[in-house]
Write a protein that binds this ligand. Structure first.
Ligand SMILES: C[S@@+](CC[C@H](N)C(=O)[O-])C[C@H]1O[C@@H](n2cnc3c(N)ncnc32)[C@H](O)[C@@H]1O
Length: 203
């Protein structure tokens, strides 16, 4: 794990982001994960990106959509102050057409017979999500914190949708991928050996 904002320099140059970036040591995704989702977004030109947890990832994906001339990021954020912070950067770069940061407090969510704290679903689009980036809820909140996203969102995904899971080197995230594959046997999985691990999944 690194805590050096310089690691994002190449991405800032690539995406022409020269008015500062949101960065919180240990909380912001590593640049190698962000580079993967940036490359994927620029290549696949998704129309509707759903993101679990906001921050630098939101800003960079929104910029990619602007470069693509298409696409919108819906970013679910459980913390009001983090949502406000991310929004301030979206406004600073005038990217409001490309990203909506939604304050979606965690609420009791029943998934496969177990109760998880997961985002309120009001703002999640009913269909058409063609890129999904999963970097929340935080792992300390509960075991298998990020498991609900696929059971909750499966029917909302477009026929072609790539899913990017950060922190996939952790035991908890590896268990989540196993649970997803047991529940959705058609799910394909590729692991990338980034600093925190990145799982790329598709149906
Ligand atoms: C791992 S962070 C990643 C955020 C975003 N994907 C990024 O890379 O910038 C995930 C969540 O941690 C929470 N968080 C961010 N900074 C925090 C802090 N300093 N203390 C506690 N929680 C924090 C926020 O709710 C955020 O959605």
């Amino acid at each position: 794990m690194t805590d050096d904002p310089q690691q994002y320099h190449a991405l800032q140059i690539q995406l022409d982001l020269h008015q500062g970036i949101p960065f919180t040591p240990n909380w912001t995704a590593e640049s190698d994960f962000i580079q993967i989702i940036v490359d994927a977004c620029l290549k696949a030109t998704p129309k509707l990106i759903l993101e679990c947890s906001s921050g630098l990832t939101t800003l960079m994906l929104a910029r990619c959509c602007q470069i693509n001339g298409a696409g919108h990021v819906i970013s679910l954020e459980d913390g009001q102050q983090y949502a406000d912070h991310t929004r301030s950067y979206i406004d600073r770069y005038d990217l409001g057409d490309y990203a909506s940061v939604i304050h979606a407090p965690l609420q009791e969510t029943l998934v496969d017979g177990l109760t998880y704290a997961w985002y309120s679903t009001d703002a999640i689009p009913e269909s058409g999500i063609d890129m999904l980036v999963v970097d929340g809820p935080s792992g300390f909140i509960q075991k298998r914190s990020r498991y609900p996203v696929l059971p909750v969102c499966r029917t909302r995904l477009a026929e072609s949708c790539e899913i990017y899971l950060d922190d996939a080197a952790r035991e908890d995230e590896q268990a989540i991928v196993d649970m997803w594959q047991a529940r959705f046997p058609e799910l394909k999985h590729e692991f990338r050996n980034t600093i925190r691990g990145c799982s790329i999944l598709s149906f």
